[in-house]
Structures are given as C-alpha cells and as structure tokens.
Design a protein around this ligand. Structure first.
Ligand code: GCU
Length: 333
C-alpha cells in the first residue's frame, strides 16, 4: 500500500503530459506515457525502451512520447499492473507470472521447457497465429492490452550458502520466487520452501537471510548486484523467462491509425534491439559477477528436468492452454 501511495504522490508531482520540453515528454500538446520498469538504467530493457520513446516522439512529430521510470519508482510489478489497469500509469513491463494472475492461460508461456531458447521464444510470442486472442484477453476485464515481450533469457538458481548440483541441495531452503502459483509449485517441486517476493525486495531478502536462494538470469544477477549477497550461481537454465509490455487499453485507443502504426513499428524495433543487446549483456553480467567474487557451476540438468517436467501436466488444464502449448512447441526448430 505504501508503495502505491508513494507512486501516486510521484504521479501527482509529475503530472500527465510534459509540455515544457524539459525532456520529460513530448512537444507542447503531446501525450507523454509513463512506463513502469523494475530494472536499472544499465539493463537492456531500459535501453531499448528509452530508445523506443525517442523514436516514437520523432515518428509522431511529438504527439506521443514515453518516459521510462526504472528501479520500481512507480511501484513493483504487481502494483504497476494495477496502475496500468486504472490508467494512472500508461505502460509497464511485467513478468509473465504477473499476467498469469489475471488470466491463467498466460501460464503456458511461463512453464519450464516451453521455449528451447531466446530465438524460439521470440518467434512464438510475436506470432499472432500462435498467440491468438491471448494478448487482447485482458482488455474487457482489466483494460490492459499486451503488446508482446522481451526475453528474460534462461533463468538459473543462485544461493547464499553454496553451489547447487541437484534439487536435493535446495531441500528445505527458502527460495524466492515471483508471485505466481506456477512459480510457487516450481520451488516446491525442487524441494525448496517457496517465498514469493517482489524483485526490488530481493537484495535485502538475501542479505538478511529472509531467503537463502533465488533464480533469475545473469543480467538481473549483475544489475541488481545480487552476487554481492548470494555469490553461488548454479547453471540450471530451468526456464526461458518472458517479460511483457502492457499498455492501458483506453490510451491505445486514443492513437490515430497513423500514430498506432508508428507505435507498432517502434515497438518492433525495440524488441529486436533488446534481443540483440541480450547476448552481450549476459556475457558482461557474468564477467561483472565473477569480478565481484561470484562462482558459476554446472548442475545435473537431468535431475532438474525430472522434477520440473510434471509441472506442465499439472498447470495445463484446458484445451485453450493445451493448444497454445502445442503451437509453441511445434514452432521449435
Ligand atoms: C527478471 C525479469 C523481471 C522480473 C524479475 C523477477 O529480472 O526481467 O521482469 O520482475 O526477473 O524475478 O522478479
């Protein structure tokens, strides 16, 4: 609640449209959209979205622009999603597990093993023949339109206590997960004690011992400096994570056809740029974490696969979900 209150104050202070050309928005009369992000300014998502804002402003002659607010300034993802729904923030990046809480069909793309790699994932999530009605499914219920996404790359486990080689090494350990039923079940399948927690609280959570372990990609491990407090990285690669770009549906409807086409174009360029940046960012993140004392170890992948495989059958419970899963798998090379 306090985060939402703080965000509301900040929003009131920022106002809606920036008409004074101070870099906070578009030309006089233009509409500036606030975009909530939980990453730092070094993260590829910030870089690609910031560039997208500049490109949008140019392409629409200042009629539309984007101000990216990094570091959870507008709230953690669960709050940001609510703020987009009620229109007090126009756009946000939210992780797949957050959308699973609004429509369980999103669970399909959150499963371990649904995507083989980043390339497969990006080809699936931007193929309308596969995604069908999924991205418009929240429009009536929540006033949220999903535009597509950025990869989170492969996620792995890291701990405060030492390397993990098999799930048995996580037995009884408190593993931070994103706030979703699937991710709680995933931690439990690994034998850990699931602790759902917002991303921005995790550094302190690891430092204070509220949790013993977490799972994420190397870029987050480095940009959030989690390696300082949980330096044992174990290369589980248990799933390829996905972030979505969401926008308030009414705001999207305000765009003229011409501006909407420009918007779609700059967004396509943004996710392509993000995918290109990702590989280098991952390499740099590993180097940064190693320089900071982190160790990277291999795991018994078969042991992880064995305990995680049953999750698909447990969470795919409808024909729609099964069809989405099959279409995603059929697109694998
Ligand atoms: C990644 C992802 C975020 C997500 C975070 C998390 O960093 O890009 O969107 O919030 O993982 O684990 O919470």
């Amino acid at each position: 609640i306090s985060t939402v209150a703080a965000a509301s104050l900040l929003l009131a202070a920022c106002g809606g449209d920036d008409t004074d050309g101070d870099g906070g928005g578009g030309e006089a009369g233009g509409k500036s959209m606030r975009l909530a992000l939980n990453q730092t300014e070094e993260h590829p998502s910030y870089i690609a979205l910031d560039n997208m804002g500049t490109a949008l402003e140019e392409a629409t002659d200042g009629r539309w622009s984007i101000d990216v607010y990094p570091n959870e300034t507008l709230g953690a993802q669960a709050e940001a999603m609510q703020l987009v729904a009620d229109g007090s923030v126009e756009m946000a990046i939210v992780s797949g597990p957050q959308l699973e809480n609004l429509n369980p069909d999103f669970v399909v793309f959150n499963l371990p093993k649904v995507f083989d790699d980043v390339e497969h994932q990006m080809s699936v999530i931007h193929d309308e023949e596969i995604t069908g009605d999924l991205y418009s499914s929240l429009e009536e219920s929540n006033n949220i339109t999903v535009l597509g996404g950025f990869t989170q790359g492969a996620r792995s486990v890291y701990t405060t206590f030492g390397p993990v080689e098999t799930p048995a090494d996580l037995a009884g350990m408190k593993l931070r997960v994103q706030e979703s039923d699937l991710h709680i079940a995933m931690a439990e399948a690994l034998g850990a004690s699931a602790t759902p927690m917002a991303y921005g609280e995790l550094y302190t959570g690891l430092q204070s011992g509220v949790v013993d372990a977490a799972e994420n990609n190397e870029v987050s491990f480095a940009t959030q400096r989690h390696y300082e407090v949980a330096p044992y990285w174990s290369q589980t690669n248990h799933l390829v994570g996905l972030d979505y770009l969401i926008i308030n549906t009414d705001v999207l409807a305000e765009m003229s056809d011409e501006d909407r086409a420009a918007f779609d174009e700059v967004w396509t360029a943004a996710y392509q740029e993000h995918t290109e940046l990702w590989t280098t960012a991952t390499e740099e993140a590993i180097a940064q974490a190693q320089a900071g004392g982190a160790t990277f170890t291999e795991v018994d992948s078969a042991a992880f696969d064995a305990v995680l495989a049953p999750l698909a059958a447990e969470f795919i419970t409808t024909e729609t979900q099964q069809a989405l899963f099959d279409a995603a798998r059929n697109a694998a090379r």
